[in-house]
Design a protein around this ligand. Sequence first.
Ligand code: FES
Ligand code: FES
Length: 159
Amino acid sequence: MAKTQVSLKVNGEAVDALVEPRTLLIHLLREQLSLTGPHIGCETSHCGACTVDLDGKSVKSCTVFAVQANGADIRTIEGMANADGTLHVLQEAFREMHGLQCGFCTPGMMLTGYALLQRSSDPGEPEIRHAISGNLCRCTGYHFIVAAIRAAAHSRTSS
Ligand code: FES
Ligand code: FES
């Protein structure tokens, strides 16, 4: 099948890749760019494990064709830590608040939380629960994930 070149920014670095028209963004990230942080749970847009940030919005990368991401600025969990290697405030909060167990949902949860904190400085519990309603977690019961996102928002506003 004929391939198309796409150019995008991923975690701050310019990337060019050849993709088939049917290639999904999650497959470009995982298989061609070796960014295996975004997980594949369902490939039917239900679980949110594949969530990444695309131009400031959290998207399920199994629902986006790679060609649709041409020109986009994408962040995955691999690009979340601060430039000096320290954990991003959300990563620190998930660790502190026990916001993960097996970790399968965690990259998607964090990227959803990341987009939420870009648009809302101090989201309350209902707003957080609404934001993560497209991300499934089989382990935590969600309570500590919500607490972690709240804690990240608070530590950001207090720093
Ligand atoms: S793998 Fe994309 S939503 Fe489940
Ligand atoms: S921590 Fe296991 S699925 Fe969420």
